[in-house]
Design a protein around this ligand. Structure first.
Ligand code: SAH
Length: 253
């Protein structure tokens, strides 16, 4: 395994521990964040950015700046606010997690977004990744299968000022046909095969970032580019995501 792979593996182990924690926890969505703590959050956010900059992943300035602008403490549960700027996933209820900031930065980098690009996210979760995409200047469309999370993400996104993110509660395996085609698609839950409907919703020149593999183990993160001659896939290393649920196994492999 190369060095980057080892790093993902390490974060993956942490993710697994947290996921186990998330599954057993009963979590309340009430409560809020005290605005008086903003400067402490800003300081922790710049420490987090220093950690991300120190990683051996090449992440460009626009992506770093976008991640830095998003107030992650607005996308975690009230009981986890103090951990919001640690570089690890956190439970968000329903057995799901908000992704690790370094992984969010790395996947955003790999998407290669330009301002104005139409980007589809599968797995809204907390809304954090969607906020980072919005900060990149993308027109963001995000699909979440669990209604309670979709509702919570909407509140988080509106509360943090990301009113333009379009959301839908549905099985994201099938993408968002009415809004296709997209310049970028980012899948933040792992299917066991690449969903063909998503490939069909990519523009020529469009990119999809998707973790693919069996649930409960490591998945391979792929960058899949739609070209005039078919798709080209690049292996970005090992990651650990919650499984993509829904009816996908009934669809085409
Ligand atoms: N991007 C999120 C983290 C995603 S966790 C964030 O930034 O916080 C993975 C999310 O994918 C969970 O919320 C889960 O409910 C959702 N999910 C799983 N299967 C899905 C499917 N078929 N369609 C849409 N969302 C799905």
């Amino acid at each position: 395994m190369n060095r980057a792979g080892a790093v993902f593996l390490m974060f993956g182990v942490l993710g697994a521990a947290l996921l186990a924690l998330a599954c057993g926890a009963s979590i309340s969505r009430t409560g809020g964040v005290d605005g008086g703590r903003d400067s402490a959050f800003a300081e922790r956010r710049s420490q987090l950015m220093a950690e991300i900059r120190a990683s051996d992943r090449e992440i460009s300035e626009p992506v770093l700046a976008a991640v830095e602008r998003v107030e992650r403490h607005r996308f975690v549960l009230p009981e986890n606010v103090d951990e919001a700027y640690e570089n690890r996933p956190l439970p968000i209820g329903e057995g799901q997690t908000i992704s690790q900031p370094l992984i969010v930065a790395m996947m955003t980098e790999a998407l290669g977004i330009s301002p104005g690009d139409r980007v589809l996210e599968i797995g809204t979760g907390s809304g954090y990744q969607a906020a980072v995409l919005a900060e990149m200047g993308a027109k963001v469309y995000s699909v979440e299968i669990i209604p309670a999370l979709a509702e919570w993400a909407e509140k988080n996104l509106r509360g943090a000022g990301y009113e333009d993110v379009k959301q839908r509660t549905d099985d994201g395996y099938f993408g968002w046909e009415d809004e296709a085609p997209f310049d970028g698609i980012i899948v933040t839950a792992a299917p066991d095969h690449v969903p063909q409907p998503l490939i069909r919703q990519l523009k020529v020149g469009g990119r999809m970032i998707v973790p693919v593999g069996p649930p409960g183990f490591y998945q391979t993160l792929w960058k899949i580019e739609q070209t005039a001659d078919g798709v080209v896939a690049e292996n970005l290393g090992l990651v650990r995501f919650v499984p993509l649920t829904g009816e996908m196994s009934a669809e085409d492999p």
